[in-house]
Write a protein that binds this ligand. Structure first.
Ligand code: ADP
Length: 502
């Protein structure tokens, strides 16, 4: 059967076959159960291993890896491009190609600046940024302008473009002291944070992307709140180097003896987002709007990366039909800053968020993030067999398909030409119907297996969907220009058609 017409997660036909084979196995010898296997040689986290086991995924031993192809590959870090090309249609890998376009600080700054220029009111959630050394002069002009015109003395924060865990970060009250170092970015320091018990905080949220062709994404409804360990004071020349006050990274603050570990998730230096939302609600804040704004920020960030990952994905997987099961999925860690007015700001996106389980709160929240993601990704033992059957069917169809020369309508009579066009149209409609059925079944499966996640794209609200489609259309034009016009048109047409179905 053509994979494009198969109904996800399993067709009635296949279900009957599976049932019959189960009944047969009762009378004949017992059938060996196929299990879903994972290759975790490139993963250092015990929490990932225990989460895989919790959802009945079997971890392959080092010695059997060369003998048995795994269903799932888990990489902590960046995956080489060839790996995406090598993957069989039934296999899954926990990264997308080109996700670095939002996960490296300089690329994020560059891409967000482009979107900000095109849609300033929509893309205003990233602090003003400069990529060094190329934008060093622009930074100096801005700093001088602020002093002259606005009589404002902004603080700046300089970070390595590819850094993490607070390494190499410096704050400056005076922009002239900033060095135009290679591979760094400078941001305007957001100096009016929302404080929790007097401490600065940031939020770590987890977003699961299961498909890029077209996009499907989910946001976990809990996460971590990381607190600084010295009470916050407005930045001054004297406190610029107090990293326990200005940075909220766990890796930085755990070095402070004042770091508080607590078994309750609403106390200490690491708390849960759920507990923060309860606290804010009880303090009179509009947490429903805050959560909506956070979802909006995450979706818009994915909109920025969508053209990049879709383009790379199609380049790596040329034969793969749109709407088919994606071989890639990814859990992204979003670091979000809240200001005093409760506006969320995007600080960075991590494509290799830490799955370390130092404390119970880490194991609880991150464990849920991984397990529920694996359920949503829905790797099935039957996928391998189905993939083989699809390959055979496709090969057969190719053999039987009339050759290109016979397809040319030039040698046909007028009525035969008309028949040919009608048949082709019928095939196209059948294909589209197959996609719609597939998406409906996929959505049904997801709705029953969301766990702690909420679907953020495609979203239910029609007005919102239309807004996102318009932003996607701009993003495709900006980032892919006329290079890939036909596929740009076909993906945007898909999103538009989806808006009319809801
Ligand atoms: P890293 O990848 O090294 O963790 P981040 O960009 O996440 O770098 O910054 C580390 C910390 O610095 C953040 O968690 C936050 O507390 C603080 N920070 C970063 N950028 C800003 C900013 N523009 N305004 C205020 N605080 C910031």
């Amino acid at each position: 059967m053509d994979e494009r017409f198969s109904v996800f997660p399993i067709t009635e036909e296949e279900e009957t076959q599976e049932r019959t084979s189960r009944q047969d196995s009762g009378s004949k010898k017992k059938k060996k159960k196929t299990c879903i296997t994972a290759n975790v040689t490139n993963c250092k986290y015990d929490l990932v291993r225990s989460s895989l086991e919790a959802v009945n995924i079997f971890i392959l031993k080092e010695e059997s890896i060369s003998l048995q192809a795994a269903y799932l590959f888990w990489f902590d870090s960046v995956v080489p491009m060839e790996k995406f090309q090598e993957m069989k249609a039934y296999q899954r890998i926990n990264h997308f190609p080109s996700m670095g376009e939002i996960c490296r600080k300089d690329y994020l700054a560059r891409n967000m600046a482009k979107m900000h220029r095109a849609r300033p009111t929509e893309f205003n959630f990233v602090p003003r940024s400069w990529i060094l050394p190329s934008e060093y002069n622009l930074l100096q002009v801005y700093a001088q302008d602020c002093r002259k015109k606005k009589r404002k003395f902004p603080t700046f924060i300089q970070k390595p473009a590819n850094g993490a865990m607070g390494n190499g970060i410096q704050l400056f009250r005076n922009a002239e002291k900033i060095q135009p170092c290679e591979q760094t970015i400078v941001q305007e320091y957001l100096d009016k944070p929302l404080l929790l018990d007097g401490y600065k905080i940031d939020l770590r949220l987890y977003c699961l992307v299961t498909h890029c062709d077209p996009l499907r994404a989910f946001l976990y409804k809990d996460g971590l709140v990381r607190l600084s360990t010295e009470k916050y004071v407005n930045p001054t020349e004297q406190n610029m180097d107090q990293m326990f006050m200005h940075l909220t990274n766990y890796s930085v603050n755990k070095q402070n003896e004042k770091f508080e570990r607590h078994s309750d998730y609403d106390r200490g230096s690491k708390r849960s987002i759920k507990s923060l939302l309860i606290y804010l609600k009880n303090s009179g804040y509009d947490t429903a709007t805050l959560w909506r704004n956070i979802c909006d920020l995450v979706v818009k960030t994915l909109i920025v990366v969508s053209p990049h990952i879709l383009h790379s994905y199609r380049m790596c997987r040329p034969g793969q039909a749109p709407h088919s099961d994606s071989v890639c999925f990814e859990i992204l860690g979003f670091d979000i800053f809240l200001d005093r007015k409760l506006k969320p700001w995007l600080l960075e996106v991590n494509r290799a968020p830490s799955f370390g389980g130092d404390e119970k709160i880490d194991r609880d929240i991150k464990g849920g993030v991984i397990r529920d993601a694996l359920r949503l990704v829905n790797i099935r033992a039957s996928d391998k067999k189905r993939n083989l059957a699809n390959q055979k069917a496709e090969a057969q169809r190719r053999l039987l398909r009339p050759s290109q020369s016979r397809l040319s309508t030039g040698n046909l009579s007028t009525s035969a030409q008309r028949r040919f066009i009608i048949n082709r149209r019928k095939e196209e409609l059948k294909e589209k119907l197959g996609w719609v059925r597939k998406e409906a079944a996929r959505e049904e499966y997801e709705d029953a297996n969301l766990g702690g996640y909420a679907r953020i794209f495609p979203c239910h609200d029609r007005t919102q969907r239309e807004r996102y489609t318009s932003l996607l259309s701009d993003a495709f034009q900006l980032f892919l220009q006329s290079k890939s016009a036909p596929f740009q048109k076909n993906i945007i047409d898909h999103y538009r058609a989806h808006n009319h179905c809801g």
